[in-house]
Design a protein around this ligand. Structure first.
Ligand code: PEP
Length: 259
């Protein structure tokens, strides 16, 4: 079964109300006839309810850039005394389908670990939110030949003890840290090598059928100029797009490159 491409925009900390509205208004007509890929936007939390209204009836899905949960008294927390946090159940209530988890910026600046991501992944399943789980090595790790080991540890840690039926709906985003927001993209061969490795690991962990079904996005300075080549690789099933997702035309061009 061919995997359907999935292009998601990570707006990061960008998107005041008026900016978000303009971007969505530009995007809706540009992508309305796109049939070859699933499309999602992941705006900041505060504009999620508004974006949910604006995209109603369109082919654009909604995601968040994070979700919070922890384990307390043997249960996954969806509400409670966790000031400032937003749970998967709240995201579902606000109209989200997806949540990006374990983005490298969250790992770098907010102490996100594989163990924390694993809890969040399970809490997302519980609430009916599909996770986009980010993994990827730093430049130092790549240069010292540790890419495969680092990515394997992240995949194993983030997906530990997950039920196979849920795994098929989970998306993995391979995002080499050195390529995020730097303008430096992994070559299609570099990306394909890691994507194939991840799929091999999924086969070991969840079986061949699930491994074939899981979509693995590439993320890291994907843009209209390099998208087609990356998306043509056999194990690259879409893109998680940062900077280029803030321009409706560029985001659309990437979606159109997903054949
Ligand atoms: C990202 O933040 O997930 C990302 C891939 O960013 P950029 O496309 O800007 O490198």
């Amino acid at each position: 079964m061919a995997r359907r491409k999935f292009i998601a925009g990570n707006w990061k900390e960008n998107g005041l109300y008026a900016e978000a509205r303009q971007l969505i208004e530009e995007l809706i007509p540009l992508v309305k006839d796109a049939t070859t890929a699933d499309i999602a936007v992941c705006p900041p939390y505060l504009v999620i309810p508004a974006v949910a209204e604006w995209i109603k009836g369109t082919n654009i899905q909604l995601g968040a850039q994070n979700a919070f949960s922890t384990e307390a008294k043997g249960a996954l927390v969806q509400k409670g005394a966790y000031t400032g946090e937003v749970s998967p159940a709240m995201l579902k209530d606000a109209g989200c389908t997806w949540a990006i988890l374990g983005h490298s910026e969250r790992r770098q600046y907010f102490g996100e670990t594989d163990e924390k991501v694993n809890v969040k992944v399970r809490a997302c399943y519980e609430a009916g939110i599909k996770p986009i789980v980010c993994v990827g090595e730093t430049l130092e790790e790549r240069d010292s030949g540790r890419t495969a080991g680092v990515v394997e540890k992240q995949v194993r840690g983030c997906l530990a003890s997950l039920p196979a039926d849920k795994m098929a709906e989970t998306v993995i985003a391979y995002e080499p840290v050195w390529a995020i927001g730097t303008g430096r993209t992994a070559t299609p061969e570099q990306a394909q090598e890691v994507h194939a490795q991840i799929r091999g690991l999924l086969k070991e962990l969840f079986g061949a059928e699930i491994a074939e079904a899981v979509r693995i996005q590439y993320g890291g300075s994907m843009k209209p100029e390099n998208a087609a080549e990356l998306l043509a690789q056999p194990d690259i099933d879409g893109g998680l797009i940062g900077g280029a997702a803030l321009k409706a035309k560029d985001f659309t061009a990437i979606i159109e490159a997903a054949k």
